[in-house]
Design a protein around this ligand. Structure first.
Ligand code: HEC
Length: 352
């Protein structure tokens, strides 16, 4: 695990000593192994259920509404913080964008102010807007100071009370967690956003799925994750260049380096696709007309990953399945959105 001394160092603030120590040396912690069932690990008994107000105007209870049964990213901010928090929020925005359409369905983001006297609902709403955060899947929360401090304490993110008198000392770590399985890790917000989002998306989600099927058995949870090998391979090797979106699902790459693979198993012959995945470089070199035409549209040639037949099967299954999933999920969502426009209620902002 890579810590981020250099990034932090550039922040140039001695006051961050505490955060640096926590970031560098307390990297993660796991649930106690004697935990007996998914329901009571770091559950309602552990986390308080205080009421918090979201920048969108709703009141949310910390346990029941914010974290219960969810995979979440939670950090603590204050809006008048000049350097650290904006960097931290910007980094969260990157993770949020990389996570794309999974935010909200799988994963939820929360930023809780540690300066509730100043950070009212209105102030938080402005702050969220400045970062282009919509209120659906990422809530900025305020509440009672002592209750927020108690929540931070539960996460182990409350610093020395003396140091805490200066808000800038606040511990800038980010908690990633899966309440249902009781698995929480502490991360530096300066960690590479791809690593953070991978962890949220794949790793935590894998635990969640495992947790649904097998209770009580943390040791075996990682082996039982439901993510297919095709999906794992795609995330590791393909997703940095390719989206599968079809313009329906949000893309993960700001500037994709290769074509959108939505529907690719339908638009290409099976034999062509298999050969392409096995030896794209040779196909271009040998003058295959489809390969040459594709290659002319993109700046790079796709790498040859020396995939074997089994890996190619897995990837093709994943791309086909993902196309179907998106088609079904977003067709319904688009319809719903059109329907909602007619009885549009509390959402106020008109940009984008
Ligand atoms: C470094 C970027 C990069 C990576 C990584 C990459 N590709 Fe590609 N891919 C491309 C480019 C660019 C093209 C367009 C053809 C060309 O220029 O080579 C392409 C084309 C394709 C096509 C054909 C698209 C079409 O419209 O017919 C498929 C299928 C494909 N890639 C699948 C994959 C899979 C599966 C992986 C992971 C194992 C992968 N790619 C990894 C860059 C990449």
């Amino acid at each position: 695990m890579k810590s981020s001394f250099s990034d932090l160092w550039q922040v140039g603030r001695q006051m961050l000593c505490f955060a640096i120590l926590a970031t560098g040396f307390v990297i993660s912690f796991a649930v106690p192994s004697h935990a007996s069932s998914a329901g009571d690990v770091w559950g309602a008994d552990y986390f308080p259920n205080y009421e918090l107000q979201a920048h969108t105007g709703e009141t949310l209870r910390f346990f029941d509404d914010v974290i219960k049964d969810k995979v979440v990213a939670v950090n603590f901010i204050f809006t008048t913080c000049k350097d650290v928090c904006p960097m931290e929020t910007a980094r969260m925005v990157s993770v949020y964008k990389i996570m794309g359409d999974r935010v909200g369905s799988d994963v939820f983001f929360y930023s809780i102010t540690i300066d509730p006297e100043n950070d009212t609902v209105d102030v938080l709403r402005d702050y969220a807007e400045r970062f282009g955060v919509d209120g659906e899947n990422w809530k900025f929360l305020t509440g009672k100071k002592e209750e927020i401090d108690a929540i931070r304490e539960k996460f182990g993110l409350y610093g020395d009370p003396l140091e805490e008198q200066d808000l800038s000392n606040h511990n800038i770590n980010l908690m990633l967690g899966n309440q249902a399985t009781g698995h929480w890790v502490r991360r530096s917000p300066f960690e590479n956003p791809y690593i953070l989002s991978n962890q949220l998306g794949a790793w935590l989600h894998g635990y969640k799925e495992a947790g649904e099927h097998v209770q009580n058995d943390y040791a075996s949870a990682p082996k039982l994750r439901q993510i297919s090998s095709g999906e794992m391979m795609f995330r590791d090797r393909c997703a940095s260049c390719h989206d599968i979106s079809g313009g329906l699902a949000p893309g993960r790459n700001a500037r994709p380096l290769g074509p959108d693979l939505y529907g690719v198993t339908l638009r290409r012959e099976d034999a062509w696709l298999r050969r392409w995945l096995a030896e794209p470089d040779k196909m271009v070199a040998s003058g295959d007309p489809v390969a040459v035409a594709l290659n002319a549209q993109w700046e790079i040639v796709m790498p040859n990953f020396r995939l074997d037949d089994g890996e190619i099967d897995d990837l093709i299954n994943y791309m086909a399945g993902e196309t179907t999933r998106i088609e079904q999920r977003y067709a319904a969502a688009v319809e719903e959105k059109e329907h909602d426009m007619h009885d549009h209620s509390s959402h106020q902002h008109g940009e984008h």
